[in-house]
Design a protein around this ligand. Structure first.
Ligand code: GAL
Length: 475
């Protein structure tokens, strides 16, 4: 799935040609395109307030997009970016503009004629066509088929907030599917507006809602994180990094977990007014390489603890251990402390590699592993501030280059990983011996993110038992 920038979290309905153009220039100027943020997505509220034209076609609001949408897409494409738009599988969109339900063929034609590369497809005002997986599937499939019929390659990003078990069918017709109601800018705060509890089969769940915290989303997706496959990904919703409601550590944890879960990474903050600390989170190539790892499978949760963990003011406090296989045989491990006090966290190799064999039977447990901290080489604050505050794009580009930062346009992540590019591997901070335990200090509301690398013993032949349906060579 692509990554990029979406205006919704920071701007809601305040969209305009000017916002999109300046955002796109900023994506390029800040070097974000060359880290992989390629899509600029125009969310809801772009449509004409007067509805369809006399031929029944969708049209943009002329006061917001005076030069039309082709002008926008041509400009984005000329910058080497991709262009995304939004509609709803409903009579209206969530902000009550014209929706695409029962207009799929003509709307897909319009989208293709505007040169889009991605469609975010929402689920508001669905006219009651919801309630079973089959009904929802058919409603969304109509747009999926219509997009294919245009002949233009367009990614389809479903946004039905996890309803009707979308994690069981989304991959059949779309490139990603949202798993919860809308994210908001808090790490753990519970909110009744986030409607469903963490059980995926909650019979009392009426609507997934909005105001879902980072922790809520993690708990919801944990049960089916492994549904993500290359070409079809769980979408944990847009990023809140840089929006101001969380601490630096919370944003680092949010970003790393989204990346390692292979969620599409859509920046939700205002790029024209970004802090240096937000910038040095979203530009960490060692974390982005997790998201772009060619193996293309999500981390899964191997342990969650609630009892005995210090609680915050809302009574929330828990820890998680997440791990996952990477293409080159490395293992990513994330220790999340969503408790109210700093603590030492531990995970045994047997736990970390449980998906390769239960009870410590995985052959991996018999190896020694070096531990690499993937935040160790975060861009220094001074450099990040100099880039964000630079007067011109040229000045920015020069600072970037001198900082020897990663450029995935020049060297795709798969190539960098294959070649062992040190910028993607963090800093080695220790070794876990065979049968041993990973231990780390984890601050309150923070995560430590490690890449474990197997230490080859002389003359040793390591036989790995595949735990996945999909062997890496088949990807
Ligand atoms: C919601 C969706 C948001 C945003 C909004 C626009 O349903 O989850 O991400 O697109 O609609 O109205």
């Amino acid at each position: 799935m692509g990554s990029g920038k979406n205006n919704w979290n920071a701007f809601g309905c305040h969209v305009s040609e000017d916002l999109l153009l300046t955002t796109a220039e900023r994506v390029v100027g800040l070097g974000l395109r060359d880290l992989g943020y390629q899509y600029v997505v125009l969310d809801d509220c772009w449509q004409d307030v007067n509805g369809r034209d006399q031929n029944g076609r969708l049209q943009p609001e002329p006061s917001k997009f005076p030069r039309g949408l082709n002008f926008l897409s041509d400009y984005l494409h000329s910058l080497g970016l991709k262009y995304g738009m939004y509609s709803s599988a409903g009579e209206m969109t969530c902000a009550r503009f014209e929706g695409s339900l029962d207009h799929e063929a003509e709307d897909a034609q319009s989208f293709a004629s505007w040169g889009i590369d991605l469609l975010k497809y929402d689920s508001c005002y669905h006219m009651g066509r919801i309630g079973t997986p089959q009904i929802s599937f058919n409603r969304f499939k109509a747009m999926s088929d219509a997009l294919v019929d245009t002949g233009r390659p367009i990614l389809l990003n479903l946004c039905n907030w996890g309803e009707d078990y979308v994690h069981t069918w989304g991959m059949s017709i779309a490139n990603s599917w949202r798993v919860t109601g809308d994210i908001y800018d808090s790490f753990t705060r519970p909110d009744d507006l986030c409607g469903c509890d963490t059980s995926i089969s909650d019979p009392f769940c009426i609507a997934p809602g909005t105001h879902c915290s980072v922790l809520f989303i993690l708990n919801k997706v944990a049960a089916f994180a492994d549904r993500s496959i290359p070409g079809g990904w769980s979408d944990l919703d847009m990023l809140e990094v840089g929006q101001g409601g969380m601490t630096d550590e919370e944003y680092k944890a949010h970003f790393a977990l989204w990346a390692a879960m292979k969620s599409p990474l859509f920046l939700g903050n205002d790029l024209r007014d970004m802090t240096a600390s937000a910038f040095s989170i979203i530009n960490n190539p060692a974390i982005l390489a997790l998201n772009q790892d060619p193996h293309g499978r999500s981390i899964t949760r191997v342990r969650r603890e609630v009892d005995g963990v210090a609680k915050d003011e809302w009574g929330i406090g828990e820890t998680h251990v997440w791990s996952g296989y990477l293409q080159n045989g490395d293992e990513v491990v994330i220790l999340l402390n969503a408790g109210a006090a700093d603590m030492e966290m531990k995970a045994t190799l047997a736990e970390i590699f449980v998906s390769f064999g239960p009870g410590g039977s995985a052959p991996h447990v018999k190896s020694d592993w070096s531990v690499h901290d993937l935040w160790a080489h975060r861009m220094p604050h001074k450099t990040a501030a100099a880039i964000v505050d630079a007067i011109s794009d040229d000045e920015r580009a020069a600072i970037y280059k001198n900082a020897n930062w990663y450029n995935s346009t020049e060297t795709p992540y798969a190539e960098g990983l294959r070649n062992g590019d040190p910028r993607l591997f963090g800093e080695k901070i220790g070794v876990i011996e065979a049968g041993g335990t990973l231990k780390a200090e984890v601050k309150s509301h923070a995560a430590r993110v490690f890449r474990l690398r197997r230490i080859q013993k002389p003359g040793e032949l390591f036989k790995e038992k595949r735990h996945d349906r999909m062997a890496k060579d088949e990807l």
